[in-house]
Design a protein around this ligand. Structure first.
Ligand SMILES: [Zn+2]
Length: 481
């Protein structure tokens, strides 16, 4: 039997590094650094080189990288960071709970104030920090100043520098994974625990070393699992002009509107729900979709999402989880078929769908979203490992819309990244922006992120609206496994 850990009755202080610790922005940091290097005609860093080279204070890193104007470079890096949104580590609600139970929370970051505050505002993380020290150009001095008289003080960070400053200033040094620096270097630098989400903090307050033995990347690897099978499900077809999807292009384009069904030991997962099955009725798609006038639909017989699920050997009632890549109507039409499923959606996506700028309003399937019971939503603000085994990893990839989700699916023999509408075609993947993306910058960085994860995970990128890829990879009667 497990019981909730009891919090210490004495006041406790927990301070956090920002980049790589509160926000999961290693990709953003690398792109920003590469921009700085490119402007100086210096070679850029791949992800492995970035993890090797990143170093605080930044002035020392810039020296090593042959940047001769380190101070200017650091300002540029911070300005780039401030312009690009990122995601927060999971467990923010736990932080709010800790703060309301009397734990003092603060930020001690070497990043510049405007960069940290841009993230705080963008992620809605304001309102619960007791202090924000940024830039803390000398973390050791700042940590000592903030130490206070509390018997227990913890500093969380993602670099060996963070761990060293924490120890020297009398804090329990706690490392985080998925930051800028590999966790084994943090452990070597003295981290007494490594955590993945902030949900692990209450247990740490009871026993600061409680996560040292539990966390071990090699062991974790062996508990990783895969999903069993995946069926790409055929859907309607949307006719459009290329000007809607490729900047500066024109001419007709056909886009498939498929969905994806994934069988896992713990559930049956559907990615997106396509057009409303009523579009297949005799009256045709124009009867329910105003958009039909602009983007004429074809609804081939047998391609309704419910029929396709049956064809794969299941019923709609078997679907336990639905991942909505985003709230455009060509992805939400079948939502009403799954009243008992958990519906996973980006929190920012759901909010934006009801408050879009007027020009884009008709793209959003709020009439479909209204049919989802309130209790069915699982709103996420960052990445989500759906079953905790690495097999289905939902990635926040904003740009096309604010809460666009991309899904990494690991199967026994093959991995896929299903990109939702982070890109509409492989032309977008190659760098031509999509004019209907709400945020072109964010879309660019999301695509870069997808490419990096695909390379790391040896995954095929499946751009779902790309007709050529659909021709090549669509359902042939045998699921992928
Ligand atoms: Zn779409």
């Amino acid at each position: 039997m497990t019981t909730a850990p009891e919090l210490p009755t004495t006041p406790t202080v927990i301070l956090f590094d920002w980049n790589g610790t509160v926000v999961l922005d290693a990709d953003r940091a690398r792109h920003a650094l590469n921009d700085v290097l490119t402007r100086r005609d210096l070679p850029t860093l791949d992800p492995a080189a970035f993890r090797r080279e990143f170093h605080l204070p930044m002035s020392e890193m810039f020296d090593r990288l042959d940047v001769t104007d380190g101070a200017a470079a650091e300002t540029e890096w911070n300005n780039i960071i401030a312009q690009h949104p990122t995601t927060a580590r999971e467990g923010i609600e736990t932080l709010r709970g800790l703060q309301s139970s009397g734990v003092r929370l603060g930020v001690v970051s070497a990043a510049f104030s405007h960069a940290v505050h841009a993230d705080i505002d963008g992620l809605g993380l304001d309102g619960f920090w007791d202090s924000v020290d940024a830039p803390a150009t000398d973390k050791l001095t700042t940590l000592r100043r903030r130490r206070g008289a509390e018997p227990q003080a913890i500093y969380l960070g993602d670099t060996p520098y963070d761990m060293g400053c924490a120890i020297a200033a009398g804090y329990t040094p706690v490392g985080v994974d998925r930051g800028y620096i590999p966790v084994d270097e943090l452990t070597a630098a003295g981290a007494t625990a490594i955590i993945t989400t902030f949900d692990e903090l209450p247990a740490l307050l009871v026993d600061p070393t409680s996560h040292l033995n539990q966390y071990s990347p090699p062991t974790k690897e062996t508990t990783m699992s895969t999903a069993l099978r995946m069926w790409p499900l055929d859907g309607a077809i949307m006719n459009a002009d290329k000007s809607a999807v490729h900047f500066g292009d024109s001419g007709p384009i056909k886009m498939p509107l498929p969905t994806f069904l994934i069988e896992h030991e713990q559930g049956l997962v559907l990615i997106d729900t396509g057009l409303n099955p009523a579009a297949w009725d005799a009256a045709g798609p124009g009867a329910i979709y105003e958009a039909h006038a602009v983007f004429p639909f074809e609804c081939p017989p047998g391609n309704r999402v419910d029929e396709q699920i049956v064809k794969a050997g299941f019923s709609v009632d078997d679907v336990s989880h639905v991942i909505i890549s985003h709230t455009h109507f060509d992805h939400t039409g079948g939502l009403y078929l799954f009243p008992n499923a958990e519906i996973i959606i980006g929190e920012a996506e759901l909010e934006y769908a009801y408050n879009p700028i007027p020009f884009y309003a008709f793209f959003f399937g709020t009439v479909d979203l209204d049919k989802v019971p309130d209790t069915a939503w699982r709103k996420i603000t960052g990445d989500l490992d759906l079953f905790g085994d690495g097999s289905i990893q939902i990635l926040l990839t904003p740009g096309h819309t604010p809460g666009q989700l991309t899904t990494l699916v690991k199967l026994p023999n093959r991995n896929f990244i299903i990109v939702g509408d982070a890109a509409h075609t492989h032309t977008n993947m190659a760098g031509i922006p999509c004019p209907v993306d709400l945020d072109t910058n964010a879309a660019y960085y999301s695509i870069e992120r997808i490419k990096e994860i695909a390379a790391r995970e040896n995954a095929d990128i499946w751009v779902v609206h790309d007709a050529e890829q659909w021709q090549e990879m669509a359902y042939t009667g045998t699921p992928y496994n």
